[in-house]
Each structure stands twice: as C-alpha cells, then as structure tokens.
Design a protein around this ligand. Structure first.
Ligand code: ATP
Length: 235
C-alpha cells in the first residue's frame, strides 16, 4: 500500500519525469494511558494536512518514571479498539518490543535505517511535550533524523526554553510542503482542532465512577474490559 508507493517514489521514474517526493512517515508517541479523542483527532488532522502516514507509537515507561495506570497490553488493546475501522492512522509497537529505556532518537534511527535517507520522517509532538524536548536524550540528533511538527494544544503551552526557541528560529517553515523538500531538519507548527482533553482527566473521571463518554471513541466504552484498569474496584 502506502509503503510500496513510497518506495516506488524513491526509486524514481523515467528520465525527464520529476521523481515524486516520498510520502512522509510521521510518528506520534505517548503513554496513551488511555488514548482519547484529543490524541486521535490531532493525529487524524496531521495525517490529512501533512498527507503523511501517521502511526501512534506507545512508549515504554522507564522504571524510574511514574508508571502508567494501565499495563502496556491494556493500553495497546485500547489503541487497537480506537483505531479499528479506519486505515489512515496506524500503530507501531516497536518501543514496547525493545527492552530497556526507549529513546526517540533510537526509534527514529531504526525507522531511518528501515526507510532509507529519502523519505521524510516526522516526529509529532503536542506543544506541551515539545517544551520538554531539550531534556530528551541526544535531542539535537533528532533534527538529523526527522522533522518536528508541533501540534497546538489548548491550555498547554508551557514556555519554551531558549535552546528550543533558537532551533525554532533556524528551522521553522511556513507550510507543510517544505517538509517534503528534505527528509529531516525542519520544524512546523500545525494548528489542529482545539480539544481540551487529557488522559489525566479521563483517568480522574473513571476513578470517580463517572463515564468519559464523548471524550473517548465509543468503542472504548462499549467493551467494559477495556477501561477496567482505570475503574475503582467495587467495594
Ligand atoms: P496525561 O494527561 O496522562 O499527561 P496526555 O493526555 O497528555 O496524558 P500523552 O499520552 O502524554 O497524553 O500525550 C501524547 C502526545 O499527545 C503528546 O505529544 C501530547 O502533547 C499530545 N496530546 C495529548 N492530548 C492532546 C490534545 N488534547 N491535543 C493535542 N495534542 C495532545
């Protein structure tokens, strides 16, 4: 499907015909504890507006960090149910399969090795997550591997550290078309529908015995087992 088309794009066509730019591959990482419509709608709009293949990539949480409430298997089951019935958004489980801490720079290196030097890779980050970028392992190498697209997120725009603002000034592009002109290294801010939903809010509702309907895909509410890890056990 899309991968084959992208590879054909890389291979080029007959002389005199411009080689189409390979379709970007964008990854959207997170703990997804649980996945909600804020994630899904932002990822969907990124896929549309960037004309990219988008994959949700659940993160392994290192042992020294606060652990997700639900196990990796439970979070994957939620993601699978959320993504059923469409094929624009995919799921990439490589970080869960890899033992030890998972750093985005290693994940992007693996994708770069898999897809070659031509295909644009994109790291999708909400504005809040992007503010923390300078504390990520080998963060400056991320720009050698991928473009960074920042998704607007309501009520979550912490100030960006100077080091990040400097990168923004050097790398920001005005339109998504520029993300196809190179395989990595640009930054772009993508305005997505403002949905003020967070996984913490959904966890708090479930813990209080309330129903997070219309914050999550209906499919997650249709199967009681899926959200059970977040519900208070009956007394
Ligand atoms: P928590 O409330 O547990 O911190 P979260 O809702 O922020 O969770 P994460 O899994 O930590 O979800 O987020 C994964 C990515 O999705 C991050 O880059 C985050 O900025 C982005 N994101 C989460 N919610 C939204 C939203 N409502 N709109 C846009 N981006 C979002």
């Amino acid at each position: 499907g899309a991968d084959a088309a992208a590879r054909r794009g890389c291979a080029g066509l007959s002389r005199g015909v411009a080689t189409p730019a390979p379709r970007p591959l964008a990854i959207f990482g997170g703990t997804f504890d649980p996945v909600h419509l804020g994630h899904l709608r932002a990822a969907w709009e990124a896929a549309e507006q960037l004309d990219a293949e988008v994959r949700l990539l659940p993160a392994r949480v290192p042992p020294h960090r606060p652990q997700p409430l639900a196990s990796a298997a439970a979070r994957v089951a939620l993601l699978r149910a959320a993504l059923a019935g469409q094929d624009r958004l995919g799921l990439d489980l490589r970080e869960l399969a890899r033992p030890g801490p998972s750093y985005s720079v290693d994940t992007l290196s693996a994708l770069r090795a898999e897809y070659g030097t031509q295909r644009p890779l994109i790291l999708l980050l909400g504005e809040d997550a992007c503010a923390g970028l300078p504390s990520w392992d080998r963060w400056m190498q991320l720009f050698d591997l991928a473009h960074i697209v920042v998704l607007t997120r309501p009520a979550s725009r912490p100030p960006w550290p100077d080091s990040l603002q400097r990168q923004w000034r050097q790398r920001a592009v005005a339109a998504p078309a520029a993300l196809r002109a190179a395989a990595a290294g640009a930054m772009f801010s993508l305005r997505v529908s403002a949905l003020e939903i967070s996984a913490s809010q959904v966890r708090a509702l479930l813990a209080a015995g309330r129903e997070p309907r219309y914050l999550l895909p209906d499919a997650l509410l249709a199967d009681a087992a899926l959200l059970a890890p977040y519900r208070m056990p009956p007394l």
